[in-house]
Ligand binder design. Structure first.
Ligand code: GLA
Length: 404
């Protein structure tokens, strides 16, 4: 009798504790910022790379600008041991993962790791399927702060179910961990992701080009403009604690300076996670100045957490607006063409309205100063019609400050 009572009590508490599992709140009130190994290094990761990247994050000033997470993507894995615990690859990570996490923490940074909801990762390493609770506990014991959770080799799994399971496993493990879903937008994660994760990929993989599709055979990766166009209709799903993720950045990975600036500006306008994907140890001055432009970062990190929207598109120039705190706005003119184009904007005659948040700059009655976020010298106001020449694949980006 006592035994039965005990069993019922255990089951009751198990059900109650599962029912109470939730995502950790308060971890990503603004879009996460950091670095991820995949875009530049793919499977060629090791502990020295991660340590040197953490050092570079500090010495370049990126840490002071808000970059926090050092995320190691696919292929860090060794084997599972006889009890099923996952270990880091011994040749590449001879000091073990815990020591590496400690090193990153000692620099005042946070550590992210990667796994997959299927039985293998996209790179063919052990996935977490059937081992979710055990892996979550391992990550927590290593001191991990961020998990990117991929979607290869998932066969007929339900995406919502699989991501819920890992969310619950992380919660159960007890260490607050940012949860980044990476199922490439396949099952509309924006519709069900908010209670599960802090960010979700909205598309397939990015490719380091401004305007291209890169064909891998049975899948494609996408240029900046292609990814930008795939964000249509998604802004209403993003906000503090739950972000649309148009993928990690390719700034510094081979595009022109104009293109990198445009890419970074648009990710800021989209309130996208700002996850650098280049070699931080060897950056050109141009790359560094783009990634550390505090004015553009402030647009991305604005506490309202409102994703920007496309207001207009004329002759290859699209005009984007993003509401900011204190009745300020960001505006970005993007020349999508390779050719130089003219941007013209007669503020007082434009009716810009954020229909979702019911906000409007009201240009017909309010005057704003325009602060150019890439060329600080250029100062003007919305009283004057804007006329500018925009080089191919470039942006003109302003913060609008209301005049009294
Ligand atoms: C998928 C993801 C990428 C990267 C690789 C790793 O393609 O979308 O971001 O994590 O897997 O194999």
């Amino acid at each position: 009798m006592n035994k039965i009572f005990l069993m019922v009590a255990v089951m009751f508490f198990a059900v109650v504790s599962i029912a109470q599992a939730q995502k950790f709140e308060g971890l990503a009130e603004t879009p996460p910022m950091g670095w991820n190994s995949w875009n530049k290094f793919a499977c060629d990761v090791n502990e020295n790379l991660i340590k040197e990247t953490a050092d570079a994050m500090v010495s370049t000033g990126m840490k002071d600008d808000g970059y926090t997470y050092i995320v190691i993507d696919d292929c860090w894995h060794g084997e599972r041991d006889s009890l099923g615990f996952i270990h880091a690859n011994k040749e590449r990570f001879p000091s073990g993962m815990k020591a590496l996490v400690d090193y990153v923490h000692s620099k005042g940074l946070k550590f992210g790791i990667y796994s997959d909801a299927g039985w293998q990762t996209c790179g063919g390493k052990p996935g977490s399927r059937g081992r979710e609770y055990q892996d979550a506990q391992t990550y927590a014991s290593w001191g991990v702060d961020y998990l990117k959770y991929d979607w290869c080799n998932t066969e007929d799994l339900s995406a919502k179910g699989a991501y819920l399971t890992m969310r619950d496993a992380l919660f159960e493990a007890g260490r607050p961990i940012v949860f980044s879903m990476c199922e490439w937008g396949t099952y509309n994660p924006w519709e069900w992701g908010e209670p599960i994760a802090h960010l979700w990929r909205t598309t397939g993989d990015i490719y380091s080009c401004f305007d291209c599709e890169y064909d891998h055979g049975d899948w494609s990766s996408w240029g900046v403009l292609q990814i930008l166009d795939m964000q249509e209709g998604l802004r209403k799903y993003a906000g503090p604690g739950h972000w649309n993720d148009p993928d990690m950045m390719e700034v510094g990975n081979g595009m022109s300076t104009n293109e990198d600036q445009a890419h970074f500006s648009m990710w800021a306008m989209l309130a996208a996670p700002l996850i650098a994907g280049n070699d931080l140890r060897n950056m050109s001055d141009e790359t560094k100045s783009i990634l550390t432009n505090r004015d553009v970062i402030a647009v991305n990190q604005d506490p309202l957490g409102i994703q920007g929207f496309k207001y207009q598109m004329k002759d290859s120039v699209s005009v984007w607006f993003k509401p900011l705190k204190d009745n300020q706005w960001a505006v970005c003119f993007l020349n999508r063409s390779r050719e130089e184009k003219k941007a013209e904007f007669d503020w007082e005659h434009e009716k810009v309205i954020d229909e979702i948040n019911h906000l409007s700059p009201g240009f017909s009655k309010n005057e704003y100063s325009l602060i150019n976020l890439w060329n600080k010298k250029d100062k003007t106001s919305t009283k004057n019609k804007l006329k500018a020449n925009l080089k191919g694949h470039s942006v003109l980006m302003y913060r609008l400050e209301k005049k009294r």
